[in-house]
Design a protein around this ligand. Structure first.
Ligand code: CA
Length: 438
């Protein structure tokens, strides 16, 4: 677990004025990684680091030879079209680059002039996938979501007996993970019909979103060599936002016995910036398990995981309907929750995933599962907010929603904030449902 160091000092200020906005997402204490190029250009994608309203171009930093040692090695790796090579280098190298960036971007840095030549405004950027995701696993780590949704699918048996013992997951589709701003058509498929009837076929009528945290694996492991709970944190590069779009009618018909398939694999949206675990060090929280619940088996248990395995990240979902957009209205909040309520930590997910010898590779990706909290208003999917479509939501402009309609955009936001630490933000993950293709 990363301890606090000089890069977390709340008093640090940058010579980039926009980075000193107390309500901004990207102060000098954040320094998240992504992949970008200038919009509309023929440039290659390359790694970048968000600071205020700017991006530090890692390829330019490398070409200018601004850093040395491990930080220079990291900048070279970060110059590639994806961050997989940087992710594979491990925490000492990530940390060296973070420290070098922090020093170069501080007020009074003698590297200011050289670094200023390596900036690209975020307003001119187009984002790419930050990593080539070889494998994607979606977990199910909110017991509140698992219970809420279990009641809808299996009223008499909402929480299956394995839930409290295993970080439940399924292998998802990485090819359809897209970066924020990518719109997609409503999926078509077989839809569940009332009991005993043949399935319907056509565009999904129960389109939903899922508010999740995305977890990028850093260094991998050899086949047959599990990552232990004590090693797991060193293998996690960072977190982003994930919208696991879900077609509930397709999902309901297909999910037994082998789990989600086409109801999920048409699109999953991530935010462009990966917030490193080092940046999140001030926001680690205790992980607890209610005393009357089963405690984890020993391979999923550690003092460090108990003390600070959780992440205190506020998670917000907003909707922007076509009517809101056309009328110039701001997006409306649908829910507000927090990643700290997860039943399993990221380290436990990674440890469990490899306990059988399964190998991870740099850039592999996990979804946390829909993050619903214990309180009303924190449910991370429409199917929970509308009780399976039975209780439509009435938006402030009078529109009703049971599920998403064409032209609806969903925006996920995340941030960390508390007294004595700088606010750091995740940016946003945005996507819009387009009409189904004929
Ligand atoms: Ca999911």
């Amino acid at each position: 677990m990363t301890s606090l160091n000089e890069t977390h000092d709340p008093n640090l200020r940058s010579w980039i004025a926009s980075a000193n906005d107390a309500n901004g997402d990207f102060p000098i204490q954040n320094l998240p990684f992504g992949a970008f190029k200038r919009a509309g250009s023929n440039e290659a994608l390359r790694g970048g680091v968000a600071i205020g309203d700017q991006i530090v171009d890692l390829a330019a930093v490398h070409s200018a030879g601004i850093f040395d040692g491990l930080a220079a090695d990291a900048a070279l790796a970060g110059s590639q079209t994806t961050l997989n090579a940087l992710m594979g280098m491990g925490p000492a190298t990530w940390s060296a680059l973070r420290l070098a960036l922090s020093k170069a971007l501080r007020e009074g840095s003698d590297q200011q002039q050289a670094m200023a030549a390596c900036l690209v405004p975020q307003s001119e950027a187009q984002y790419g996938m930050p990593a080539h995701i070889g494998d994607y696993t979606d977990f199910y780590a909110s017991i509140h979501h698992a219970t809420n949704i279990g009641k809808l699918f299996r009223p008499n048996n909402p929480l299956l007996p394995n839930y409290q013992w295993i970080p439940i997951g399924y292998h998802g589709r990485s090819s359809s993970i897209v970066v924020s701003g990518t719109d997609f058509p409503r999926p078509v498929g077989q839809r569940r019909s009332p009991e005993g009837q043949p399935p319907g076929f056509g565009a999904s009528t129960r389109m939903d979103y899922e508010l999740e945290v995305g977890i990028f694996v850093g260094g991998g492991n050899e086949l047959g060599q599990p990552i232990t709970i004590d090693q797991a944190e060193d293998h996690i590069f960072g977190l982003c936002l994930l919208n696991d779009w879900s077609a509930r009618d397709i999902q309901a018909w297909e999910y037994q016995p082998l789990g989600p398939f086409l109801g999920k694999s048409f699109a999953s949206t991530i935010s462009p910036w990966i917030i490193t675990t080092e940046a999140l060090a001030p926001y680690r929280t205790a992980w607890t398990r209610p005393e009357d619940h089963p405690q984890p088996l020993p391979y999923l248990e550690s003092e460090a995981n108990r003390a600070s395995g959780g992440f205190d990240v506020q998670l917000e979902v907003l909707i922007e309907t076509a009517q809101m957009r056309d009328g110039g209205q701001s997006p409306q909040r649908l829910s507000l929750g927090n990643f700290r309520h997860a039943y399993w930590t990221a380290a436990q997910m990674l440890t469990h995933h490899t306990v059988n010898g399964c190998n991870m590779r740099p850039g592999d990706f996990f979804g946390s599962g829909t993050m619903s909290g214990p309180e009303d208003g924190s449910q991370g999917a429409l199917i929970e907010l509308t009780r399976g479509g039975k209780e439509p939501l009435t938006l402030d402009n009078g529109q009703e929603r049971k599920f998403l309609e064409d032209g609806d955009a969903i925006i996920l936001r995340g941030w960390c904030q508390k007294d004595g630490a700088p606010r750091i933000g995740f940016g946003e993950a945005r996507g819009m449902v387009l009409p189904a293709r004929n």
